[in-house]
Design a protein around this ligand. Structure first.
Ligand code: FES
Ligand SMILES: [Fe+2]
Length: 355
C-alpha cells in the first residue's frame, strides 16, 4: 500500500471514529475521538467504584522516561513522583543527570526542597550532608567527619541515561543492574527529519494492560473503527518484541514495558514511553518526528492522528479490570503470549515493603 495516501493511512492505521463534543454521552463502536480529554482529565468518563488493587502486578522493572532533557538545567533539581516514590532528579554542574529517592538518609528531609547541587553531588538542605550523584554515598558531613558514617547513609540512586531528548531511569524492585539498553532513535538527530514534537498525558492504567492493546487485534475494529482486523507478525527475543503489519510498512519495536519505537514507513517515527507513576497510573510521552520532505506540518499531523486514536482507548482502559484468566478465542493467542512475555519484567521481593 502507499503510505503517503492519507485517506488509506487514516482508515487502516488510525481508524475513523468521529470526534465527539464535550458533555455528549459516550457511545462507542467505534469510540468517539476526544483528544481534549488527554490533557484535561476532568472531561474523562470514569465510573469505576470497586476498591482494591486493579492489577495483580508490582511496578515493573525496566527503563522509563522521567523527564524531557530540556526540563532540567545543569546545577538544578526537580522533584518527581514515579514508581510510587518521591524522587529528586538533578544535573551536576557538568550536565550529568542523577536520580535519587527524595528523602535524606540522615533525618528524612526532601533533598529536592532546598537541596543544592555541588559539582556532581547533592547537599541536603537540613544539615548539609552531601551525597555523591553516581553512588549516592555520603561524602561530607560538614560538622563531623565521614570516616564512621555507615553504608546506610546513602541516598538510593537509579541508573540514568540521557538519550533521544529524554532522561531515562532504570527501575528495578530488587535494585538489580540494567539488563538491556535504551536504543538510540537515529531519526531524532537526522537533519532530514523534522524537530521532535512531544505529547504527554496521564492514564489510569498500568504498563502491561496498556501494552496489551497492541496485540489485541479485534479491538481495532470496535474501538478504533478500522475496516478490518490488522494482520501482524510478532517476534520475541528476550526483553525485545517486534510487531510488523501493513505489509511491512508498520513496525513497532518494544524494549521492556516502558519503551516502544514505532515506524510507519514514509510517514512518521515515534517513540512511545510509558512510565509507572504508581501501580495504577502511568505517564505517557510520545515523541514524534517525520521526514522533512513531507512538509513542516507532518510531525504535528502524525501526533494529532495518533493521540486522537489513543483517546478512543482511554475510556476502555480507565474503566476496565484486568481479567485473569481471560476468556479468549484461539485467534487471540497473541494476548496469552504477550502476558507470558511480560512476566520477565516483574520481581516479587519477599519484603513486601519494597513492592
Ligand atoms: S536530613 Fe539531610 S542532612 Fe539531615
Ligand atoms: Fe487501541
Amino acid at each position: 500500500m502507499t503510505i503517503s495516501d492519507g485517506s488509506r493511512l487514516t482508515d487502516s492505521l488510525l481508524g475513523n471514529g468521529r470526534t465527539a463534543t464535550v458533555g455528549e454521552d459516550l457511545v462507542g463502536l467505534p469510540m468517539p475521538k476526544r483528544p481534549d480529554t488527554l490533557y484535561d482529565q476532568s472531561q474523562r468518563t470514569r465510573v469505576r467504584r470497586e476498591g482494591g488493587p486493579r492489577f495483580p502486578f508490582p511496578i515493573p522493572n525496566g527503563w522509563f522516561v522521567v523527564a524531557q532533557a530540556h526540563e532540567i538545567e545543569p546545577g538544578r533539581t526537580k522533584n518527581l513522583y514515579y514508581f510510587g516514590k518521591d524522587l529528586v532528579l538533578f544535573r551536576g554542574t557538568d550536565g550529568t543527570p542523577y536520580l535519587f529517592d527524595a528523602y535524606c538518609p540522615h533525618l528524612g528531609a526532601n533533598l529536592g526542597v532546598g537541596g543544592k547541587v555541588v559539582d556532581g553531588s547533592l547537599q541536603c538542605p537540613f544539615h548539609g550532608w552531601r551525597f555523591e550523584g553516581s553512588t549516592g554515598s555520603c561524602v561530607e558531613v560538614p560538622y563531623d567527619d565521614v570516616d564512621h558514617i555507615p553504608k546506610t547513609a546513602s541516598a538510593r540512586t537509579y541508573p540514568v541515561v540521557e538519550r533521544n531528548h529524554m532522561i531515562w531511569a532504570w527501575h528495578h524492585l530488587e535494585r538489580a543492574e540494567p539488563t538491556y539498553e535504551v536504543p538510540e532513535v537515529p531519526e531524532f538527530h537526522d537533519p532530514d527529519w523534522l524537530p521532535i514534537e512531544v505529547r504527554e498525558f496521564e492514564i489510569a492504567t498500568c504498563c502491561q494492560d496498556m501494552a496489551e492493546n497492541n496485540v489485541d487485534t479485534p479491538h481495532f475494529l470496535y474501538v478504533h473503527g478500522q475496516p478490518s482486523i490488522p494482520e501482524e507478525d510478532f517476534v520475541i527475543e528476550g526483553h525485545y518484541k517486534r510487531t510488523t503489519g501493513m505489509d511491512g510498512n508498520f513496525v513497532r519495536e518494544g524494549h521492556g514495558l516502558g519503551l516502544g519505537v514505532l515506524r510507519v514507513k514514509g510517514y512518521t517515527t515515534f517513540l512511545s514511553s510509558t512510565t509507572p507513576i504508581d501501580t495504577e497510573h502511568v505517564w505517557v510521552r510520545w515523541v514524534f518526528t517525520a521526514p522533512r520532505a513531507l512538509g513542516e506540518d507532518t510531525t504535528k499531523q502524525a501526533a494529532d492522528g495518533f493521540t486522537a486514536g489513543v483517546s478512543q482507548d482511554i475510556p476502555i482502559w480507565e474503566n476496565k479490570i484486568f481479567k485473569d484468566p481471560p476468556v479468549l478465542r484461539p485467534s487471540e493467542k497473541g494476548i496469552t503470549e504477550h502476558r507470558r512475555w511480560c512476566q520477565q519484567f516483574y520481581s516479587w521481593p519477599a519484603d513486601t515493603s519494597q513492592r
